[in-house]
Design a protein around this ligand. Structure first.
Ligand code: BEZ
Length: 210
């Protein structure tokens, strides 16, 4: 069965470009951005790997470790990383899982038979420090992901956890946030002494520190 939001991310032991890892131990007290790719030495994947490497500082700021996966072996990955660095003008330092036998891809339902019978689609799992899956996204092989959105959703999840709020459409760090309907006005007054705006009884905005 497909993995869902709220599930514990299945643990695994696997070789990566940074050595053998136990997934849960490797995540430790961080968040994780776990993302799959169809194959090494392919154009869209090369740009995505490069973009992730370029954003290393942004992921660190969010206490988030990127972990890539591609259905090739460690040696191919290491050769490919040289190309990624060269063509995307970056230094790729995060690990890439070697999944030539597709064991992890199958565990995480990353192979969608009607797209390809043997290559992973572009899956994203955002996993929190409790190893809980907080977001899933799936892109087809032909469409590169939007990395601004990946950072934005990590910001939204972390801001939500910290403040007990939800975030509106197209929210960006620093924008007003939404008070969940489960919080009464009386409780909202205590919880958000900075005040709130009520547009409808179910639509209330407040501000939180970012
Ligand atoms: C790519 O990364 O460019 C790609 C890989 C597999 C199928 C289509 C595109």
């Amino acid at each position: 069965m497909a993995l869902r939001i709220g599930d514990i991310a299945p643990n695994f032991q696997v070789d990566t470009t940074a050595g053998n890892i136990n997934f849960h131990d490797w995540i430790g007290g961080s968040w994780c951005f776990f993302f799959s790719h169809p194959a090494d030495f392919t154009p869209v994947c090369t740009t995505e790997m490069g973009r992730t490497a370029q954003l290393a500082g942004e992921f660190t700021k969010r206490n988030t470790k990127p972990l890539g996966l591609s259905t090739d072996g460690v040696q191919e990955h290491l050769e490919w990383i040289k190309d990624v660095d060269d063509t995307q003008n970056t230094v790729l330092e995060f690990p890439i899982v070697a999944d030539a036998d597709r064991k992890i891809a199958k565990l995480y339902d990353m192979i969608h038979d009607n797209e390809s019978s043997n290559a992973a689609v572009r899956s994203v799992f955002i996993i929190d420090p409790d190893k809980k899956i907080r977001l899933t996204m799936t892109y087809p092989m032909s469409v590169g992901r939007n990395f601004d959105e990946i950072l934005r959703v990590i910001d939204a999840l972390q801001t939500g956890d910290k403040n007990g709020i939800a975030t509106p459409a197209d929210w960006q760090l620093g924008d007003d946030v939404i008070i969940p309907p489960s919080v009464s006005n009386e409780d909202a007054e205590k919880k958000f002494p900075q005040g709130f705006r009520q547009i409808r009884p179910y639509l209330r905005y407040t501000s939180v520190a970012s």
